[in-house]
Design a protein around this ligand. Structure first.
Ligand code: FES
Length: 174
């Protein structure tokens, strides 16, 4: 009986090991593109929908997007690269958008950004080689009176100096 039980346990374990991991849900980009097909002025909403679903706009889908909206690939690519919000590579685990606009600069954003970049060994616009963190410049997050300001994974943070900046650095590094 004991031997039978242990054989069953081994068999279960072997079956479990052979099971394929469940693949992550991949968004249906064709359905998103179809939803906006032939709609005038739909490029920005379509790009936002794709980025929202996937985290970025894959460059290899530019021909499909352009064809669906009767645009040239150059126009489509131009819009994607014009708006800094659009990404063409998968996002890092943590995305820090640090405000570099005037009001934040007047409140010390440049020095804070320099400290952040130095601590993370990244320049603005770069992603760490391990894919853990991206640093992106932003231009006004609506927190001008409380700068320096940033969005960390879309969560707003204000007064990023001293201990608050140190906390941000420690959190991002963790
Ligand atoms: S200038 Fe930085 S939040 Fe407005």
């Amino acid at each position: 009986m004991t031997q039978h039980l242990s054989q069953c346990a081994i068999k279960r374990a072997m079956t479990r090991d052979k099971r394929k991991p469940i693949p992550p849900m991949t968004p249906d980009l064709d359905a998103i593109i179809d939803r906006h097909r032939d709609r005038p002025g739909a490029l920005l909403p379509l790009l936002h929908d794709i980025q929202h679903a996937l985290g970025y706009v894959p460059p290899d889908r530019i021909p499909d997007i352009a064809a669906a909206l009767n645009l040239s690939q150059a126009e489509t690519h131009g819009v994607i690269t014009f708006y800094t919000d659009f990404r063409t590579t998968p996002p890092a685990r943590t995305v820090v958008k640090f405000c570099m606009a005037e009001a934040c600069q007047a409140r010390g954003a440049e020095a804070a950004a320099e400290k952040l970049c130095g601590a993370l060994k990244l320049s603005m616009g770069e992603t760490s080689s391990d894919g853990r963190v991206s640093l992106e410049p932003a231009y006004c997050l609506g927190l001008c009176a409380s700068g320096p300001a940033a969005l960390v994974d879309e969560r707003p943070l204000a007064r990023l100096e001293g201990a608050r900046l140190e906390n941000l650095i420690a959190t991002v590094r963790a």
